[in-house]
Each structure stands twice: as C-alpha cells, then as structure tokens.
Ligand binder design. Structure first.
Ligand SMILES: [Ca+2]
Length: 507
C-alpha cells in the first residue's frame, strides 16, 4: 500500500510504525485493564460489523485546502519530480479517493457556506462573487449547521483557519467591536480565524468573537495588501504571511491536545494554502521542484501531516474520520508569467490536471476537486470511487453517521446528499444523481451522469455566450460543445437545472 517516494514515504511510514509501536506499548502499560478491554472490544466490533450502528460518534476532522487544483497532489497525478505530498496521499492510501468530487462553486465563499449549511449558496442573497472583507455573516444563525448538529450530539467543535463567511450583522463590520454573530453562533465552541485570506486587509487573526490580541480601538492604517487595499491598521498582533499556515496548524494542535476519548470532537481546519499570495514558510523554501507555488503546496501537506501525527500520538486515529477536500480549482493568473502559479506550470506541474479552466470559471478546472475520506475499520483502504459527491454532502453524511437516518430536507441540509453508501461500498447505492455548480458571476451548470450542461445566464441575469453541453466521458477537457447536436439531452439537463432552482430543497 505504501509506495516509495524517493525514499520519503517509506522512511516516513517506518518512523510512524516505530512511533506507533512505542506509543501502543506505553499506552497499554498505563491503561487500566477495564479500559483496555473496552477498547479492544470496540476495536473488534468495528472490524467485524460492516453495517453501521444506528448512532455512532466518531471524531471528525475536515481539512479544506484553498485553491488546490485537481492535479496538484501526487495521488491525483502530480509527478513527484515536481512536488511531493506524502501526508495527504496517506489519507487516500488509508481510505477512499473520489475522482468525481465537486465544489459547489469555483470560488471560496460558496463552498464554505455550502459545507456549513448543506445548502446551495445561490439560494441566499449572494448570487455571485464572495463575501467581502467588511461584509456581515452570510449564514443565517437560525439555520441548522453541521457544527451545531454535532454540538447538539455531544461533540466539541472548532473552526480554525480561513473563514471567509463574514462577521456581525452590519456593513461595514466594526473590527474593534464584538464580532457577533459569527462562528460561535453557528455551533462552533472555538474559533481561530483568518477573516478572508492571509492577504486580506484585516491583517490579524480573530479568536472566538474578537480580534486576537486587540489592545485598543485605535486604528493606524498603513501599507497595502496584496490586493492594493490599505490594511485595517488594528492595534493587535499582525499576521506574517509566511507563518500563517504554521500558526493555524499550531492552534489546531493545541485544540486537539485538549480532546480525549471520552467526548467526540469535530475540527474544521481551513488552510490558507495555496491561495495567493504565494508565501511558503522559511522551512519549505526551495524544497519542491516547482518554485514557490510547489513549496506552498508542500507546506499544506506538512500541516496535514502534523495534524495526523498529533491524532496518532494521542491514539485517537482509530475512531477518527479524516476528510480532505479542495474548495475550488487552482488559480492560474492570466498574462503574468512571473506569478508563482505560472512558474510552477513552466516547471511542468499541471495544476488542474487535464481539466479545462481554473478558479472562477464554470469549467471542470474550476469546480472538480481532490476529495478523500479515511475512516479506520469502516472505509476500505486504498479504494477509489467515481461516485458523484460534493463538499456540500458532508453534512448529510455526518447526519446519517450520527443518527442512522437523515433529517427532513425542508429545514436541514436541503441540498446535501449522504455518500455514506459510497464510503461503505454498500450494495444499494444512494447518493446524488446530479450536481449544480456555479462560477464567479453566478452562472450555473449541471452535471448528471457523464453529461454537463452549462447555462448562459449569470447570477445577475445577464446573458453570456450560448448554452453548452459536454460529454465528460468522451471529452473530459470540455473541448467540443454538443449543444446543437444533442438538443434533447441539453433540454433534459436544462429542465432539471430549472427544477432544482425552483424547489427549496433538491434532496
Ligand atoms: Ca478558494
């Protein structure tokens, strides 16, 4: 199962084996006999019983990468001569890797909204684009979220990392006041966040409902962000771009170290890598063979490794589901060969694999994402699924895992389909049959089976070009528009897209 990556992975796994062995011996010596027997019994049950108990409480760690392309991991085809991603690959080795997973949109905010609520973002007032740095909280605190769902079932919950869903209830948000409503009002017990991304105008972290380390309400804006906007100038510790991944990972590890076997936990870890600005850590600089962008991908991988290692040292892995996903496709800046993304391409890295388009676009390169799930004793190691799944589906899947059934879609997770049957390779496949995706302007597309229909109306009602139809089985790079030659298929998909738009819940 473990492949040798120029010796990297084999050495890593040997180390882990040795560490795990030491840890096991130490744990066994310390544990009381009764605890030991309980653990052994639980472990035997999970191995023998492939059908899920009516209610189970595994720990859940969801790792969301930012702007990570479909071709930017070794387990999704990136050549090891360009970049090395041994830790993320290990999740695929230990569990199931999905080939046809989608973000609900090709930009940051809608994917994060849909993960938390199980609802398409275009059902809200946000018909295109993202939440801006001074916008209020997008999710309605009265709506059930995945975090509150788990909190109500006894989980400790935390959101650490890129938030990008706004704070407060007015525009512009008062950065020096209490940032409420926010993540704590959506079911998270703890929050340590980067408001938008590590290049944003806030320049600081948020802890729970305050700017982290805020000393006074004095503002002293100076210097400009990556985007040319003035920094807010808050009187608080300023983020250092190249250290943000490490800071977020350290905070996550601190939080994980407070967890134990007695109470389940849910960690939503949202990395800022590999969104621009491309700011690899000092440690990783020059270690990849694809320039700074490759180094930044490897920083992401290193953080994932540190999280997994923590769970392993704490002996929590056997009851922990790890889900890893991208939030949208890789970003390929136009007309600027100096940008690190384009340097990586020049080195030979296919950021989005062979898919057409990139972040912001309606093409597969904008919305098809790396997605994998490990769950010891439940998900068979090193399996690959081509079932249609979405980041938005994690909510319903979690509902089925914790309750053994799904809540009515009218109120909870209305566009979320459980993929538990895919994970467990059940004989009766359920899951979703189609998925809607949107681009930066709110233009929608529908994938059903191997067909993809692209509508030509934006979220603001403008017409762009003509409708399109692609056969992804024959033409995964979306090169030949079949709209004119297959009008009946195009109409069938267009009708389904209309139907999903009209109803309140597509599940
Ligand atoms: Ca993103």
């Amino acid at each position: 199962m473990m492949r040798s990556v120029n010796g990297v992975k084999s050495a890593y796994s040997n180390n882990l084996t040795r560490r795990s062995f030491v840890k096991t011996v130490a744990a066994a010596a310390m544990a009381s006999i009764s605890t030991d027997m309980t653990l052994a019994a639980r472990s035997l049950t999970s191995l023998a019983d492939k059908s899920l108990p009516p209610a189970s409480r595994p720990n859940i760690v969801f790792i969301l990468a930012d702007d990570l392309g479909y071709g930017s991991l070794n387990c999704y085809g990136a050549d090891k001569k360009h970049i090395r991603t041994p830790h993320i690959d290990r999740i695929a080795d230990a569990g199931m890797r999905f080939t046809d997973a989608y973000a609900p949109a090709s930009i940051c905010t809608p994917t994060r909204y849909s993960f938390i609520t199980g609802q398409y973002t275009w059902r809200t007032h946000l018909k295109s684009g993202v939440v801006n740095p001074l916008d209020p909280l997008l999710p309605d605190p009265d709506r059930m979220t995945i975090a509150r769902w788990l909190q109500e079932r006894g989980y400790n919950t935390a959101m650490i990392g890129k938030w990008h869903l706004g704070y407060g209830n007015k525009t512009p948000v008062d950065l020096t006041a209490r940032l409420s409503p926010g993540p704590l009002d959506l079911g998270f017990d703890y929050h340590f966040g980067v408001p938008q991304n590590h290049g944003d105008m806030w320049g600081v972290y948020v802890e729970n409902d305050r700017v982290y380390g805020l000393r006074s309400d004095r503002l002293q804006p100076y210097s400009r962000t990556f985007y040319g906007t003035k920094y807010a100038g808050l009187d608080a510790p300023q983020r250092e771009n190249k250290k943000v991944m490490e800071d977020l990972t350290n905070k996550s590890i601190e939080w994980l170290k407070q967890q134990n076997r007695d109470k389940p936990f849910f960690l939503y870890y949202a990395a800022v890598a590999v969104h621009h600005p491309i700011t690899p850590s000092d440690h990783m600089r020059g270690m990849s063979d694809a320039g700074p962008y490759g180094d930044f991908i490897q920083d992401l991988d290193m953080s994932v490794g540190r999280l997994i290692e923590t769970l392993e040292y704490m002996n929590l892995m056997d009851n922990t589901i790890i889900i890893f996903a991208g939030d949208n496709g890789g970003d390929i800046p136009e007309n600027d060969p100096e940008r690190p993304e384009n340097q990586a391409i020049a080195h030979g890295l296919n950021i989005n694999g062979r898919l057409r388009g990139d972040k912001h676009t309606i093409w597969e390169g904008g919305t098809r994402i790396p997605f994998m799930v490990s769950w010891p004793g439940k998900v068979k190691p090193a399996t690959v699924s081509n079932d249609l799944v979405s980041v938005m589906d994690i909510f319903a899947t979690v509902c089925e895992i914790t309750d053994g059934k799904l809540p009515a879609p009218k109120d909870i997770a209305p566009d979320s389909f459980s993929f538990l049957s895919s994970l467990l390779q059940s004989e009766t496949k359920q899951g979703r049959q189609s998925i809607v995706m949107s681009d930066v302007r709110g233009r929608l597309a529908l994938r059903k089976g191997h067909w993809k229909y692209i509508d030509n109306t934006t979220g603001q009602g403008e017409q762009v070009g003509r409708p399109q139809l692609y056969d992804l089985a024959e033409d995964p790079s979306e090169t030949v528009n079949l709209y004119d030659s297959h009008p009946e298929i195009a109409k069938r998909l267009a009708d389904e897209l209309d139907r999903i738009k009209q109803v309140q819940a597509s599940r």
